[in-house]
Design a protein around this ligand. Structure first.
Ligand code: COA
Length: 276
């Protein structure tokens, strides 16, 4: 396994076994997202996608906060007179926070502590899983300074919140805690901040143990069928199942079936088969 990780100005990469932490790294600015940070995140995710050691990606922020949203100074004011930089920043901001993350071929977990505001919601929603510190502070603060939750935020929140909550928190700008986020199922669960990393790693280790191909095809299937009719979903899922059968380099399905039906050494209902 290689220990080399990509070096970037505003993003830090750390390994924990087969799990890779991709860390927004502007702690003195509460990890507000500058154009450079967006470009670094694009590079980091491309790197993690290709990195053979990485099986699970955790997105989080340095210095005890997740992300204070777009950087008002560098992303908004700093690009006002420079349409080309504005366009590049906007492209990169959308690319990593939604396109790359929501289609990422490996499992992704948002680990949220401290502040998570505005544009910081998008990557939380795009990740497959989200775990928050109970005392984390979430807020769609755009309305507080006279803008809308743009850059896909308003759309993204409707994917992860029920309609009443989406309207309520977007229009009032009221903050909510990690504990409240878990109660409304905006995140999978919340834990005391001291246990956040351990809870995240417990999930990460569970995902590491599964077949990477099965994890990838399953998450792609669940994401894709949401926008399909029943007929389309049936056809797509049949094709997707066939594709997994042929594309899984570990041949998991055949191995697991043999272990259950013939060797009787494994029960699929009780956990994954032993790989490797
Ligand atoms: N854009 C630009 N700079 C930001 C920022 C943002 N979104 N969030 C924080 N910062 C900067 C502050 O300007 C400050 O910079 P300085 O040290 O050069 O003065 C530094 O980060 C620390 O922030 P500060 O406000 O002093 O820290 P705090 O812990 O008291 O408060 C927040 C943190 C996140 C509550 C507060 O900074 C805030 O409200 N930020 C804006 C959040 C927001 O509405 N984001 C949505 C944007 S779409």
């Amino acid at each position: 396994m290689s220990d080399d990780v990509i070096q970037l100005e505003n993003v830090k990469i750390e390994r924990d076994g087969r799990t890779t932490f991709v860390i927004l790294n502007r702690p003195e600015k509460r990890n507000a997202m500058s154009p450079q940070l967006h470009m670094d995140m694009c590079e980091a995710l491309d790197w993690a996608e290709e990195d053979e050691q990485t099986q699970v990606v955790v997105i989080t922020g340095a210095g005890g906060n997740f992300c204070a949203g777009q950087d008002l100074k560098l992303y908004f004011r700093g690009t006002e007179g420079d349409p080309r930089l504005r366009a590049r920043a906007r492209r990169a901001a959308h690319s990593w926070r939604w396109d790359k993350l929501s289609r990422f071929p490996k499992a992704t977990i948002a680990m949220v502590h401290g502040y998570c505001f505005g544009g910081g919601f998008t990557p939380v929603i795009a990740c497959d899983f989200a775990i928050a510190a109970e005392d984390a502070t979430f807020g769609l603060s755009e309305v507080n300074w006279g803008i809308i939750p743009g850059g896909l935020v308003a759309w993204a929140v409707t994917q992860a919140m029920n309609y009443r909550d989406a309207i309520y928190y977007s229009v009032t700008g009221d903050k909510f805690s990690g504990k409240e986020a878990a109660a409304m199922k905006f995140v999978n669960k919340s834990v005391p901040v001291a246990d956040l990393r351990a809870a995240t790693m417990e999930l990460a280790r569970k995902l590491e143990a599964k077949s990477p191909a099965a994890v990838r095809y399953t998450k792609e299937a669940v994401r894709s069928v949401r926008g399909m009719s029943q007929d389309q979903a049936m056809d797509y899922l049949n094709c997707k199942s066939d594709a997994l059968k042929h594309m899984d380099p570990e041949g998991g399905r055949e191995k697991a079936m043999k272990m259950f039906l013939d060797d009787k050494v494994f029960k699929p209902g009780l956990g994954e088969f032993k790989r490797g």
